[in-house]
Design a protein around this ligand. Structure first.
Ligand code: PEP
Ligand code: MG
Length: 583
């Protein structure tokens, strides 16, 4: 067969080379037939039994989670268990059997299709991707009903000794991904999925090359085809020519060598050639991520995205983590970091991270009731979190970071609520750090343009470039149609970044960057040249960025960066940024 290339969305870096292993969706070969009246209750029981079996399966997967699993996996399994318990899945199909006399598989597929089409109508990209979770749960029940093996159970004999396997599927559930961990499995390709799909998030945290959103890859690729996944480019090469294969093997080996070399830098302090020490902080989503942060030599946590403790817990407000549960999570992170500072960001809920998917009705959620706006509108929820974070500050250095501030009154209200939370804790006899530093995310252009308001009131700033780019360039960061306009090197972004870093330095307050720009090695020197001394990023990126820092000389970078900041032509900016690599 001739070689061909498929293009999708890159969700995790690196190169994978191996043979295709296709996972067929059970939904494709479902039988459709009508059952007789007297068989109805037996058919209803068959479906109920299958649902109960899947509950047990999920419980077993949960119990068997290896200790070092990314914390997201447990959370995703919980989401699937919740979906399975929802009457939309656990009851409506039973009614379809009773009223329409469909067989169990048909009834289930009918309901899943109905739910899926409702999701298609949803405007929000994050929510649309949750359709995949419902389909994955449906798949699991179908597999039990039809008696077909789950995912990889039948693998083995055909597996070529030593050959790595690349899983190709219409979609893969996070729970099924667990089965791939211990096999000679090196990457995955799916038809569905986007940047925010759960499977993509898991792939990133497992550090496995992956390409998603490949449309019909699972029908074009055949079992045992040789595949190359170029995770950096989001490309899959099917049946590559021998020369291409050799080239990619070389690139893969070079990347592996590079990673090994970088590991040696774990304990090396991040100091530039001209002697400036740089803070290397980690972005985490769950306290368990601290292990990876320390493994990569992080000097602290620069961004704990606390909303991940809340997402997937909803439906009912009573389901949200209470003060004690939150406190235990924050304390766990503080203790894990052993005296290194932990920056906990208060709830950044809304937009692509809705607390309750069902209640998200805003036409333009990224501009809506998000982050601090949400918290100020829900004072009880906010106070609970503030108390929990403050209590954790008794166990080690904690900093409080507030997302999406733009107005002076928002800062003042927040600070006054923090004082109230402190007073409540004092009354209750709880310990906390009375001088806990409070800082703002600079992620709205209005904030970057009115820095004196922030500097006067707060102790530190952290630039959220992901949102700063979204709001400055007016492009929804989860909308694929405008993804090509998402440009960190737009002169407007560079100006705002440089101004924020300079204002912080002048006032003597720390400024970090915690958006994706901080973890991009192609931009490390540019940020250093602007005077940035604190970088916060996903732990997997820390060592590569440190390597750039060790090879940089600020005295040389600063005048060149100043020149870049005076430029407006995109081509000139790109060329100059590339030239920084040669210094
Ligand atoms: C950002 O906006 O750059 C940021 C770090 O926050 P988040 O990606 O969680 O919005
Ligand atoms: Mg943000």
């Amino acid at each position: 067969m001739a070689s061909f290339t498929l293009h999708g969305i890159s969700v995790s870096r690196g190169i994978a080379i191996g043979r295709a292993h296709l996972l067929a969706p059970a939904a494709l070969d479902v039988q459709h037939y009508l059952i007789a009246e007297e068989q109805v209750e037996a058919e209803v029981s068959r479906l109920q039994d299958a649902i109960a079996t899947v509950h047990k399966e999920l419980q077993t997967i949960w119990n068997d989670l290896p200790k070092d699993s990314p914390a997201e996996l447990g959370a995703f399994i919980d989401v699937h268990a919740l979906i399975l318990s929802d009457p939309m899945i656990s009851e409506v199909p039973l009614e379809i059997i009773r009223t329409r006399h469909y067989n169990a598989e048909w009834a289930l597929v009918t309901q899943i299709d109905e739910l899926s089409s409702q999701f298609d109508e949803v405007e929000d990209a994050y929510l649309r991707e949750r359709k995949a979770d419902i389909q994955q749960v449906g798949e699991r029940v179908l597999k039990v009903l039809t008696g077909s093996a789950t995912a990889l159970a039948n693998l083995g004999d055909g597996e070529e000794a030593g050959a790595q396997m690349i899983v190709v599927a219409h979609d893969i559930s996070p729970a099924d991904m667990l089965q791939f961990r211990d096999r000679s499995f090196s990457g995955f390709v799916t038809d569905l999925g986007g940047q925010n799909s759960h499977t993509a998030i898991v792939a990133r945290s497992l550090d496995i090359p992956a390409a998603v959103g490949m449309y019909n890859a699972s029908t074009l690729i055949e079992q045992d085809d040789w595949l190359i996944i170029d995770g950096d480019a989001g490309v899959v090469i099917v049946d590559p020519a021998p020369m291409v294969l050799t080239q990619y093997r070389e690139r893969q080996a070079a990347q592996a060598r590079e990673r090994k070399k970088l590991l040696k830098l774990k304990k090396t302090p991040a100091v530039t050639r001209d002697g400036v020490a740089i803070g290397m902080l980690a972005n985490i989503e769950f306290p368990e991520d601290c292990a990876a942060a320390l493994e990569a030599g992080a000097t602290g946590v620069g961004l704990f995205r606390s909303e991940f403790l809340f997402i997937g817990r909803t439906g009912h407000a009573g389901n949200l983590p209470a003060e004690d549960e939150q406190f235990e999570s924050y304390k766990k992170a503080v203790l894990a970091m052993k005296g290194r500072p932990v920056t906990i960001r208060t709830l950044d809920i809304g937009a692509d991270k809705p607390l309750d998917a069902a209640e998200q009705t805003a036409l333009n959620p990224a501009l809506g009731l998000r982050a601090i706006r949400y918290c100020l509108a829900e004072p009880q929820l906010f106070m609970t979190q503030l108390r929990a974070i403050l209590r954790a500050s008794a166990f080690g250095p904690v900093k409080l970071l507030i997302p999406m501030l733009a107005h002076a009154f928002e800062i003042d209200q927040t600070l006054s609520m923090i004082e109230q939370a402190k007073a409540q804790l004092r009354d209750a006899g709880h310990k906390f750090d009375p001088n806990i530093p409070v800082g703002a995310m600079i992620e709205i252009p209005a904030a970057a343009l009115t820095l004196p308001l922030f500097i006067k009131r707060l102790q530190f700033l952290s630039i959220g470039t992901n949102d700063l780019i979204q709001y400055t360039l007016a492009i929804d960061r989860v909308d694929h149609e405008v993804a090509h306009l998402y440009n960190p090197l737009h002169p407007a972004i560079l100006q705002l970044l440089a101004a924020t870093i300079a204002a912080g330095a002048k006032a003597g307050i720390p400024v970090s960057v915690c958006g994706e720009m901080a973890g991009d090695t192609k931009l490390t020197r540019l940020l250093l040249g602007m005077g940035l001394t604190e970088f916060s990023m996903h732990p997997a990126q820390l060592l590569a960025v440190k390597n750039e820092i060790l090879n940089s000389d600020l005295q040389k970078l600063k005048p060149k960066t100043a020149k870049i900041l005076r430029a407006f032509e995109p081509a000139a900016i790109v060329a100059e940024v590339e030239q920084l690599q040669q210094l």
